[in-house]
Write a protein that binds this ligand. Structure first.
Ligand SMILES: [Zn+2]
Length: 96
């Protein structure tokens, strides 16, 4: 008889509910993510952010923080949205 109750690997993985907050409007999105014992809190948050960036249109950068789809700069067919910081950079045609 073989013993099949032992863990297949050294890591114990489990689903964990992680909430990510929008740094601008405070919107909160919670999902269950599969993490493992040795992951730090920061790593677990990174997993959550990666999911939101890829699947729900969030923008998570070290510069701007976590931004939900409604708060991040929107690039439309007409150009950059009004919230885009790049539109605030002075161009060569700006008066001094
Ligand atoms: Zn937001």
């Amino acid at each position: 008889m073989s013993d099949s109750t032992a863990q297949p690997g050294p890591l114990t993985t489990f689903p964990l509910r992680v909430a990510v907050y929008c740094d601008k409007c405070g919107a909160e999105v919670e999902h269950d993510y599969v993490v493992h014992d040795l992951m730090t809190h920061q790593q677990r948050l990174d997993v959550a952010r990666m999911y939101l960036v890829r699947n729900e249109g969030w923008s998570c950068t070290s510069d701007d923080g976590d931004l939900c789809p409604r708060c991040q700069p929107v690039i439309t067919a007409f150009g950059l949205g009004p919230n885009d910081k790049r539109s605030l950079i002075k161009g060569p045609d700006q008066p001094r």
